[in-house]
Design a protein around this ligand. Structure first.
Ligand code: FAD
Ligand code: NA7
Length: 456
C-alpha cells in the first residue's frame, strides 16, 4: 500500500517537506500519499503575518508574531535555498536584509513553481492525534474552520511543522497588573509608530527585544530601556537607549530594577520568548523544550525518539532557517521511505547525548553558529539535498554578528555574498534607519528614502 504521510502546518518547514517529496518525484521516485493541513488561508507560516492579535476570524489563536517594518534580522545569504537562489527568484541581485514581504515572496516562489499546493488543505486546524501501536497508524482529527466540521485521516507517518514562536511565555511581575500604560507580549506587537515620543520598557534580551527596541527608536521613541534576566545584549546602543537588570516590581508606571535603579514608562513589551505548545498532541508525542539549538528526544533534531514514525521540523532555536528546514525535510523524507536506515534506539540515544554534550559546552554565539552548521553538515550528507559551503555560511553569521557589535542600527545596510551563486548582495536604495516603507514594491522599485539621495 502507498505510504500515507500527514503534515501539520504549511509554514516554511511544512513547505520544505512538500518540496522534498516534489524533488524526489521529479527525480523519478514514487512518492507517498501526502496531505498537509494548514489552519491559515495561505502558506508561509510566520511570514504570512496578520494585523490581528488574539484570535482570528474563526476564533483560532493568531499564529504569526511578525509585524510591520520587520526586516530580516540575519543575512538572507544564510537562509538561501540551495536549490532555488535569490537570483533565480528576483532575476537580479537584491540586498542582504530584505523586509518580510520580500522573503515571503521568495519562499512562496519556490513552491509555486511546482504543483504542491494541491496537497494542502487550508483553513484546516489539526485538533487531535492518536497513535495505534498495533497498526502503527496515526489518526489525525482536523477541523475545517469555515464550516466547523471535523474529519479523521489515517497516516503511517506524521510531520509536525507548526513552529514554536506563537504561544507567548509571559512571566508575572509584581505590580504589573496596575501599570497604567500598555502592556503587551512581543507576539501581539504590530508596529512601533505609536511609541513615538514615549518611554518604552522591553523585558528580555534576545532577538525580539533588540528588534522591537530598535524599531521603537527608529519610529521616534523618547527612550528605550531593556531589562535582562541573564546578561545584557551589550550593543553600542543609540542615545536614550539603556540596559538594566531584571525588573523586581512595578509601582504604577515606575519599574524598579534589581540594581536599585528605576524609571517611569509609558509602555511595557514582554520580549520573554515563547512556549513549545502542541495542543493537538497527546503528552507522549508532544515535544517539551525550551528554545534551544538541540531539543532532547529528537534524533538528528527531527525524529521522535520513542516513535520513529513521528517527525518534527524546525523545532530548534534557529541561526539557519529555510535551508535548515530543507535539510531536515529531506532527511525526514528519506527516513520515511527507508532510504535512510535508522540505527537502534540505543545508538540514537547516544547520538542525541553527543549533541546535547556539544550544546552544553557552547561558549558564545560564534560557537553556536558553528554548532548549527555542523548539525546541517550531518543532515545534508545523509540525503541528496544539494550541498552548499557551510563553513562559508558560518563565517557569514560571524561577520553579521561582528557588524551588529559595531553598528546595531547599520548592520542591515551591509552586503554579504551568496554561497549558492557567488553573487554579492546589492546595496539597498535606502538605509534601514530611513526606510519607512517595507512593501515589496517600494523595496524592489524605490525611490530611496535616504534624504541625501532623495535630494540629489
Ligand atoms: P511557522 O512559520 O511558525 O509555521 C507554522 C505553520 O503551522 C503556520 O502556518 C501555522 O498557521 C500552522 N499551524 C500551527 N498550528 C496548526 C494547527 N493546529 N493546525 C494546522 N496548522 C497549524 N527567521 C529568519 O530566517 N529571518 C528572520 O528575520 C526571522 N524573523 C523572525 C521574527 C519573528 C517575530 C519570529 C517569531 C520569527 C522569526 N524568524 C525569522 C523565524 C521563523 O520562525 C522562521 O523563519 C520560520 O517561519 C519557521 O517556520 P516553521 O514552518 O517551522 O514555523
Ligand atoms: P528568545 O530568543 O527565546 O529569547 C527570550 C528572551 O526572554 C531571552 O532573553 C530570555 O532571557 C528572556 N526571558 C525568558 N523568560 C524570562 C523571564 N521570566 N524574565 C525575564 N526575561 C525572560 O525569544 P525571542 O522572542 O527574542 O526570539 C524568538 C524568535 O523571534 C527568534 O528566532 C527571532 O528570529 C525572532 P534569558 O537570556 O533566557 O535569561
Amino acid at each position: 500500500m502507498t505510504l500515507r504521510v500527514g503534515i501539520i502546518g504549511a509554514g516554511p518547514s511544512g513547505m520544505a517537506q512538500l518540496r522534498a517529496f516534489e524533488s524526489a518525484r521529479q527525480n523519478g521516485a514514487e512518492i507517498p500519499h501526502i496531505m498537509c493541513f494548514e489552519k491559515q488561508d495561505d502558506w508561509g507560516g510566520q511570514w504570512n503575518s496578520s494585523w490581528r492579535t488574539g484570535l482570528d476570524a474563526h476564533g483560532e489563536p493568531i499564529h504569526s508574531s511578525m509585524y510591520r517594518h520587520l526586516w530580516s534580522n540575519g543575512p538572507k545569504e544564510c537562509l538561501e535555498f540551495s536549490d532555488y537562489s535569490f537570483d533565480e527568484h528576483f532575476g537580479r541581485a537584491i540586498s542582504s536584509f530584505p523586509p518580510r514581504e520580500v522573503l515571503f515572496e521568495y519562499i512562496k516562489g519556490r513552491v509555486e513553481k511546482s504543483d504542491v499546493r494541491k496537497y494542502v488543505q487550508f483553513q484546516t486546524a489539526a485538533r487531535w492525534v492518536s497513535y495505534n501501536e498495533l497498526t502503527q497508524e496515526f489518526t489525525l482529527t482536523v477541523e475545517d474552520l469555515p464550516t466547523g466540521s471535523t474529519s479523521e485521516h489515517i497516516f503511517d507517518k506524521l510531520v509536525v511543522s507548526t513552529g514554536h514562536f506563537s504561544f507567548p511565555a509571559a512571566p508575572e511581575f509584581t505590580g504589573i497588573n496596575s501599570f497604567p500604560g500598555e502592556v503587551l507580549h512581543a507576539h501581539d506587537f504590530r508596529g512601533a509608530e505609536r511609541f513615538a515620543g514615549k518611554n518604552i520598557l522591553l523585558i528580555g534580551s534576545s532577538y525580539s527585544a533588540e528588534d522591537i527596541g530598535m524599531q521603537s527608536h527608529k519610529m521616534g521613541a523618547a527612550s528605550v530601556t531593556f531589562s535582562y534576566r541573564s546578561a545584557p545584549m551589550g550593543f553600542d546602543w543609540p542615545e536614550n537607549t539603556v540596559e538594566r537588570p531584571l525588573v523586581t516590581h512595578f509601582d504604577a508606571n515606575t519599574a524598579h530594577f534589581s540594581d536599585g535603579s528605576s524609571g517611569d514608562f509609558d509602555a511595557v513589551v514582554l520580549c520573554t520568548g515563547y512556549q513549545h505548545k502542541y495542543p493537538f498532541l497527546p503528552s507522549d508525542l508532544a515535544l517539551k523544550s525550551k528554545n534551544v539549538l538541540y531539543p532532547a528526544n529528537l534524533y538528528k533534531g527531527v525524529v521522535w525518539q520513542q516513535n520513529t514514525n513521528l517527525f518534527y521540523l524546525g523545532a530548534q532555536d534557529q541561526y539557519y532557517t529555510f535551508n535548515m528546514f530543507d535539510a531536515q525535510a529531506w532527511f525526514a523524507r528519506d527516513v520515511m521511505t527507508g532510504a535512510v536506515e535508522l540505527p537502534s534506539l540505543e545508538a540514537r540515544e547516544a547520538d542525541i547525548e553527543r549533541w546535547l554534550g556539544l550544546q552544553a559546552a557552547l561558549l558564545d554565539h560564534n560557537a553556536e553558529a558553528d554548532f548549527q552548521s555542523e548539525y546541517l553538515r550531518e543532515l545534508i550528507a545523509a540525503t541528496d539535498y544539494p550541498p552548499f559551503d557551510l563553513a562559508a555560511v558560518s563565517q557569514l553569521f560571524k561577520d553579521w554578528m561582528g557588524h551588529k557589535a559595531t553598528d546595531i542600527l547599520g548592520y542591515r545596510d551591509m552586503s554579504h555574498r551568496s554561497v549558492v551563486t557567488g553573487t554579492l548582495a546589492a546595496k539597498h536604495h535606502t538605509r534601514w534607519l530611513n526606510a519607512m516603507d517595507d512593501s515589496l514594491q517600494r523595496y524592489l522599485q524605490g525611490p530611496s528614502q535616504d534624504v541625501d539621495t532623495a535630494t540629489l
